[in-house]
Design a protein. Structure first.
Length: 237
């Protein structure tokens, strides 16, 4: 259920177009590109088209009684974390960062972008397998550069399996357990973070974990706790 293509503008955009045209996109199916000419990340950022990296998208179809769609970003991050560790078991300092990044230490290894079309949520994942792009605002890492070379196709198979398993559990009402698994693999509660929040501007405080809806909690110096529904988190210490 993995469709590969040599080059495409964006795998997310392609699946959004298919959904808009009423084409079938079964859960568990992936569109994976060797290169993307118009790949993108959150907040309009571009995403490297590095050959040998993983760039792929899949679709989750929302059903009555499902958890909030926003929690799918965390479910996807959990699946990516498990897939990386399954193939690179000796990798140290691998952690999830709210809401949708996979880090090695403080360097970005992978990113996730969710986009919705009706009752379909397109989940795009990019993982630096072979090379790490130069980003102006954050350090990056690749698995090959860390001594864990993986082929794109082997990783695609592992990720597809982990994603389908996690998505099935999500549909079956196991979000609470998935949330606990995400927290166990994320930057620790109490770690110092800064948040560029669209509503409140730049804030700094201690990471307070995530609530039942997948919303990040920021503990401020005055003792108040602020819910962060959207924004960029950076690890300060």
């Amino acid at each position: 259920m993995i469709e590969t293509i040599a080059e495409i503008g964006s795998t997310n955009a392609a699946l959004l177009a298919r959904l808009g045209a009423g084409e079938g996109n079964p859960e568990g199916a992936w569109l994976v590109a060797d290169r993307q000419s118009a790949g993108r990340g959150r907040a309009g950022r571009s995403w490297s088209d590095g050959f040998g990296n993983f760039m792929g998208s899949t679709v989750a179809h929302l059903r009555s009684g499902d958890p909030l769609p926003q929690t799918l970003a965390l479910v996807a991050g959990l699946a990516a974390h498990k897939a990386v560790l399954a193939l690179a078991p000796g990798l140290a300092d691998l952690q999830l960062k709210w809401p949708n990044d996979l880090l090695v230490g403080k360097a970005k290894l992978a990113g996730i972008l969710l986009e919705r079309q009706g009752d379909g949520v397109v989940v795009g994942i990019g993982v630096n397998l072979a090379q790490a792009p130069d980003l102006p605002d954050r350090p990056t890492a690749s698995l090959a550069g860390l001594g864990h070379p993986l082929t794109r196709d082997a990783f695609a198979q592992a990720l597809a399996q982990e994603w389908l398993w996690a998505l099935t559990r999500w549909h079956q009402g196991e979000w609470a357990a998935l949330r606990q698994e995400w927290c166990a693999r994320a930057h620790r509660v109490g770690s110092l973070i800064s948040v560029n929040d669209s509503e409140h501007g730049l804030l700094m405080g201690a990471f307070g974990g995530i609530d039942d809806n997948g919303v990040a909690l920021l503990r401020l110096a005055d003792g108040a706790t602020r819910a962060i529904h959207a924004g960029d988190i950076d690890l300060v210490g």
